[in-house]
Structures are given as structure tokens and as C-alpha cells.
Design a protein around this ligand. Structure first.
Ligand SMILES: [Zn+2]
Length: 416
């Protein structure tokens, strides 16, 4: 059996055939495969895709293909130029590569698929290529996927923000969170009114009009834009965001109190208790459980804040909105009397946004509750894994690639 037989099986090209092949020993061992145009075929213009009369032939170029047994593989081809009646003198179109790309499309897809499982740096190492080439491959896959993705039938979206780099730089992420389908739809730099307006501009008026539910945080610019651009939809303040506000408030109480105790020379009971107070009790480790029980015996401000936070969890489990509302009001009253400033701040915020908070009960069942939280975790992980993303563009591409559930072209053979 010849290599040509395999190549023809996995990747046959119209109007082109595989010519002679050889093994060459340069800096690395490589297989070179000559590509030849079929004798009776006319070159196609890369501008419009139409056959056109020949003009001249350029020097041979190397196009990198999927490596075989760890041996780099290249297609060698001298591209023809055509004299197109529409586009003028243009280089011809070849079925295995796009534009000036040195990688064949198949190899780009190969690298991009691996980049879902490994970091870009690891992919580059494993396949003896550069980080830059892996990035270009992923970028190609994302661009193709975003053009070909279907955006119909989206009824629920979640808006989230995450911090990136050090300092206060934010990203706005918009997810589809319908019960049956979840994916990242859009990434934007910053978290201003302008940012979210850009999402709605991209999403379009017609699609925005059929949105039924929108989840977000109490962040004012988001509330403003949602009210303006999707007033038909029910705006929900979701569990994940509210609970993270409460978590932050508890943490603030704890940090201040720990410092005060230390200054007054008391026993450092609050040392290393941060996660005890932030985690849900059911998520504590075996070692943490008794430590929390011990801590709760103290009459501390941190403990009171913690108990208020945990008590609020009951809110989400109510079936009847009426009783949930009663619970909410009682909780807020109690918290306002707690003399815990950060907690009071959250209670005031909840009171102010009571109607949006109560919308949670209208949306029950229609949206996947844990979706926003799950995406938030995954997005942060993606950013952490790729700490090499120095540019916004690279980060944006990585997020779409891992969370966008983007489509891929149908192929005869999958290389990985
Ligand atoms: Zn043309």
C-alpha cells in the first residue's frame, strides 16, 4: 500500500492529484507531497471562485498538513495566477488552504480540536509548532463557527461579568441559558452601558424581541440596557449573583473583625476561616466541618453574618412567590437590625430590586438555574489556563472556542 492510497482515502481534492512524495531530512524529518492540478482542469480565481484563464505560475509553496507518526508533512505546490475578468490578476484558489495561510485547513482544524483539550502552549509543544500557529488555527475555527452557528430559538440569556488581568478590567459575557441549550453567545470588553448595547446590536432586534428571560446581576448599566432593549422579557436577578454579593459581604465582616480581634490581643479564632464561611455547608471537607461547628459557638459578628447568608438560601426553594416575598421582607428587616454594615448594604439592594428578585419564581423551570454559575467557573478556568493571553483578542477567541459550542464543517475523515 502506498501513502497516496491513504491520502486519497482521507482527503481527496477535486481537480488536484497527489504527485511524487519524498522523505527529507532538514532540521526535522519531513514528508513532502507534490500537488498537481489535473491536466484538463482550469484554475479558479481566489477572488470570486470562478474558473479563469491562466496568467503565470508562482514559485512552489509549502503547506503544512497533519503530521504522520510524528513526521511533519507538507504539500508542495506552485500556485498559478489567473487573469480574472472580474477581479483582475489573482492567485488561484486551492481546496486545501485558505488565503496566505501556511497551514492546510485540515491541519488548522486538527490543532484547533486539540486546543479544546489542552492549553495552546501544550498543543504547540506536542506538535512541534508555535503558540502563534495554534492561535491562528483556533481563530480560524472560531471565525468559521461564528459565521455558521444558528441563533434561532433563543429564549433565555444570562449576562455575567468577569475580571481579567490584574486591576479592574472587566469582560461582559452573554450566555444562552435555555433549559435545553447552553452556550456562550457573546464576549465584550468592559461592563458599561455601551458594552451591552453592542451585544444587542449584534444580536439584532428580531431575536431580542423573542427573548423571554434575561438573568443578570444588579449592576446598573446592565439593568438599564435590558430595560431598554428587551422590555418584553422577564428580567431575573439570579441566585448565583445574589449569593456572591452575600458571600462578599460576609467576607468583609470577617476581615474587619479578624483585624479588630488581633489588635485587641484576643485569640485568633478567625484565622483561616475564610472558606469555612464562604462555602455551602454541604461542600465542606471532613476536616472543615468540625471547625465550622466550633466557630459557630462564638458570638462573633462574622458568625451572625454567616447565619444570615445561609438563611437566605431558603428563599430560592420557595414554590409560592407570595411566601417567598414574605420571607424576603422578614429577612431584610432582620438584616437591617443586625448592625452589620456590609450585610445591610446587600439588604437595601435587595429591597430596591424586589420586583426583579421575585421574577426568579416566574422563570423557574424555563432556565437552567446553575447555568450562569457553571459558565462563570469555566470562563475563569479558561482565562487561568491561558495566562499567556496577553491580548484581548486571544482571550476572546479562547472563550468562544471552549464555551461557544460552535459548529464544525462536516469532513470525510476526522484526524483527531
Ligand atoms: Zn475573480
Amino acid at each position: 500500500m502506498q501513502l497516496k492510497t491513504i491520502l486519497n482515502r482521507v482527503q481527496k481534492h477535486q481537480s488536484f492529484v497527489y504527485g511524487p512524495m519524498r522523505l527529507v531530512q532538514g532540521a526535522q524529518l519531513a514528508i513532502e507531497v507534490e500537488m498537481r492540478a489535473r491536466a484538463n482542469s482550469r484554475a479558479k480565481c481566489s477572488g470570486c471562485g470562478c474558473p479563469a484563464p491562466g496568467y503565470d505560475t508562482l514559485p512552489a509553496r509549502r503547506f503544512e498538513f497533519v503530521p504522520l507518526w510524528g513526521i511533519a508533512m507538507f504539500f508542495l505546490y506552485a500556485m498559478r495566477r489567473v487573469d480574472c475578468t472580474r477581479c483582475g490578476i489573482r492567485v488561484e484558489m486551492v481546496p486545501w488552504a485558505t488565503g496566505k495561510n501556511q497551514l492546510t485547513d485540515t491541519y488548522s482544524w486538527f490543532l484547533a480540536r486539540w486546543a479544546r483539550r489542552l492549553s495552546w502552549k501544550e498543543v504547540a509543544e506536542v506538535f512541534h509548532t508555535s503558540w502563534e500557529k495554534v492561535f491562528r488555527a483556533v481563530e480560524m475555527a472560531v471565525e468559521w463557527g461564528r459565521v455558521h452557528q444558528k441563533l434561532s430559538g433563543i429564549e433565555a440569556i444570562g449576562i455575567d461579568e468577569i475580571q481579567w488581568q490584574r486591576g479592574h478590567r472587566y469582560l461582559t459575557l452573554v450566555y444562552q441559558i435555555d433549559a435545553g441549550r447552553r452556550r456562550l453567545l457573546w464576549v465584550g470588553e468592559d461592563r458599561k452601558v455601551k458594552t451591552l448595547l453592542r451585544f444587542f446590536f449584534w444580536f439584532g432586534k428580531e431575536r431580542s424581541a423573542v427573548l423571554r428571560f434575561i438573568c443578570s446581576d444588579m449592576w446598573k448599566p446592565y439593568l438599564k440596557v435590558v430595560a431598554k432593549k428587551a422590555h418584553e422579557a422577564i428580567h431575573v436577578l439570579d441566585r448565583f449573583h445574589i449569593m456572591s454579593h452575600l458571600g462578599k459581604a460576609v467576607d468583609e465582616v470577617r476581615a474587619v473583625e479578624a483585624r479588630q480581634l488581633k489588635d485587641k490581643g484576643y485569640e485568633p479564632v478567625l484565622k483561616n476561616t475564610r472558606w469555612l464561611l464562604l462555602k455551602r455547608p454541604e461542600n465542606l471537607t471532613e476536616k472543615q466541618e468540625p471547625r465550622l461547628a466550633e466557630l459557630l459557638r462564638y458570638n462573633l459578628r462574622s458568625v451572625r453574618a454567616y447565619l444570615l447568608k445561609e438563611d437566605f438560601q431558603f428563599f430560592w426553594d420557595y414554590i409560592s412567590p407570595y411566601w417567598a416575598g414574605q420571607f424576603l421582607d422578614r429577612w431584610c428587616t432582620r438584616t437591617m437590625r443586625s448592625q452589620l454594615k456590609p450585610m445591610k448594604k446587600v439588604a437595601r439592594m435587595l429591597r430596591r430590586h424586589r420586583p426583579l428578585l421575585m421574577n426568579w419564581f416566574l422563570a423557574k423551570g424555563a432556565i437552567s438555574n446553575a447555568a450562569v454559575e457553571g459558565f462563570n467557573t469555566k470562563a475563569k478556568l479558561t482565562l487561568r489556563k491561558g495566562y499567556g493571553f496577553r491580548t484581548y483578542r486571544a482571550m476572546e477567541i479562547a472563550l468562544y472556542h471552549t464555551l461557544g459550542a460552535l459548529p464544525e464543517p462536516k469532513v470525510i475523515h476526522r484526524f483527531c
